[in-house]
Ligand binder design. Sequence first.
Ligand code: DGP
Length: 117
Amino acid sequence: MPQDTIFSKIIRREAPADIVYQDELVTAFRDIHPQAPTHILIVPNKPIPTVNEVEPEDELMLGRLFTVAQRIARAEGIADSGYRLLVNCNRDGGQEVYHLHMHIVGGRPLGPMLQRG
Ligand code: DGP
């Protein structure tokens, strides 16, 4: 089993978080350090450390990240203005928490995707 992270504790409601959505496959909660007016993390309930450990059997669950992102974007009022979905992987990707997750960020113009250099 992968090591437990803070996200597993949030999913099990053993640690506090502002949970905006939960079902049998995924949990979504507001990021503790928001980078924009809307910054929510959508996390598979299964603790997969990074994209590198994804298995074919996870495809349904990972598809759910997108349908929940769409639902959250509508609820947050950012579906039409637009938003960004991000998944970081490992050190160079800037991953901090080793429980795979998708960021949904929006509510302001986000600018270019990457800094130059
Ligand atoms: P990443 O760099 O992709 O691994 O993003 C991790 C995000 O998780 C980062 O934006 C901050 C957020 N985060 C870390 N710890 C907590 C926590 O305890 N609660 C919440 N709500 N967010 C957290």
